[in-house]
Design a protein. Structure first.
Ligand code: SAM
Ligand code: SF4
Length: 319
């Protein structure tokens, strides 16, 4: 672990302070969540992916120009054979915060290793508390592994959040079960609106349910107490009297683009400005001396409004 970088960040043309980055380690995944990827999917050949050394070098340079929070994601980041090497490298950087987003299937064997690193903020996807529905969504039968690993992650003292993508008619009836889960296990649950990204765009209006609708449903029987969050937080959060902590990421109905502080590094080395746009600049094989200028160019590509949809699926962008 290292001392955290508190140096100033990059200010974009719209006055946003850009200091966070999603780092996609791979597009590959062992799950097939239907809203994220098609059942028949072809992943990138590994030689097209940045090596561990390239990822660490690029991330290191970007910390020098103002990025001070990173979250690794995918695809499924724990599928990388050099996952530990990458985390060890990022652990050496001057980051205020290092996080991981995972489906948790391979996570349990990584937890003792992660415990000794700066990577203490772990978000785990769990779209259903019902085994059949989990299988329907993920096309796997790994519910028990994921559920137990969430509890284990919490028990080991990590900051754990469970991500639930709201899917009308699929899991929206489980909202109260998730609230009960949160209160019982003292784990924050975040409900994500389904974004118009990738394979589900055509079915979006049938599957989409807004955070507002869910909040109104909850308020019919529970008092929700708002919690304060950072101004660039993507979620708005509440507690319940029973002690549940829940958050909503309303990317579709209440976009937060005006406060966005994030860039994305894809697994092939593209530094992109926005989840919803393929615009970006390839950092692979670029001279480090060019980084400040590249960063300036990428930051100026950041839209200040919500782009309606993107055909590229989430697993290819890095969620
Ligand atoms: N495999 C890891 C996981 O599932 O946590 C990390 C990558 S996944 C792409 C990151 C997050 O994106 C997950 O929480 C997933 O549910 C979410 N996601 C994928 N497609 C989405 C969509 N169309 N709208 C909203 N969230 C989406
Ligand atoms: Fe894999 Fe995560 Fe996409 Fe599900 S959401 S298919 S676990 S990358």
């Amino acid at each position: 672990m290292n001392n955290a970088n508190t140096s100033s960040s990059i200010i974009d043309p719209h006055g946003r302070c850009i200091h966070k980055m999603r780092v996609q380690l791979t597009d590959a995944c062992n799950f097939r969540c239907f809203y994220c990827m098609p059942a028949q999917v072809k992943f990138l050949p590994s030689k097209q992916l940045l090596s561990a050394t390239e990822i660490i070098d690029i991330c290191s340079e970007l910390t020098n120009v103002g990025i001070n929070e990173m979250r690794v994601s995918g695809g499924e980041p724990t599928l990388r054979k050099d996952f530990r090497q990458i985390i060890e490298g990022l652990d050496e950087l001057n980051l205020l915060k290092l996080g991981l987003t995972s489906n948790a299937y391979f996570l349990d064997k990584e937890l003792p290793f992660l415990k000794n690193t700066n990577c203490q903020h772990i978000n785990i996807s769990l779209d259903s508390l019902n085994k059949q529905s989990f299988a329907q969504i993920t096309k796997t039968n790994y519910f028990d592994t994921v559920f137990q690993t969430i509890l284990q992650t919490k028990a080991m003292g990590f900051h754990v959040k469970v991500n639930v993508v709201l899917l009308k008619g699929v899991n929206d009836a489980e909202v109260f079960d998730f609230i009960e889960f949160s209160a019982r296990h003292k784990i924050e649950v975040r409900f994500l609106e389904l974004m118009k990204i990738g394979p589900q765009n055509a079915k979006h209006e049938h599957l989409f349910i807004s955070a507002r609708e869910i909040i109104q449903k909850i308020e019919g029987s529970e008092k929700l107490t708002p919690q304060s969050v950072n101004c660039d937080s993507t979620s708005f959060n509440f507690t319940t009297s029973a002690g549940a902590h829940i958050g909503f990421i309303a990317s579709e109905s209440q976009p937060f683009c005006q406060f966005c502080s994030r860039l994305r590094l894809t697994a092939t080395g593209i530094l992109r400005a926005c989840l919803m746009s393929e615009d970006g600049i390839n950092l692979r094989y670029r001279n480090k001396a060019e980084y400040a200028a590249i960063l300036h160019d990428v930051v100026s590509m950041k839209p200040n409004y919500r782009i309606d949809h993107i055909e590229q699926p989430m697993y290819q962008i890095g969620g």
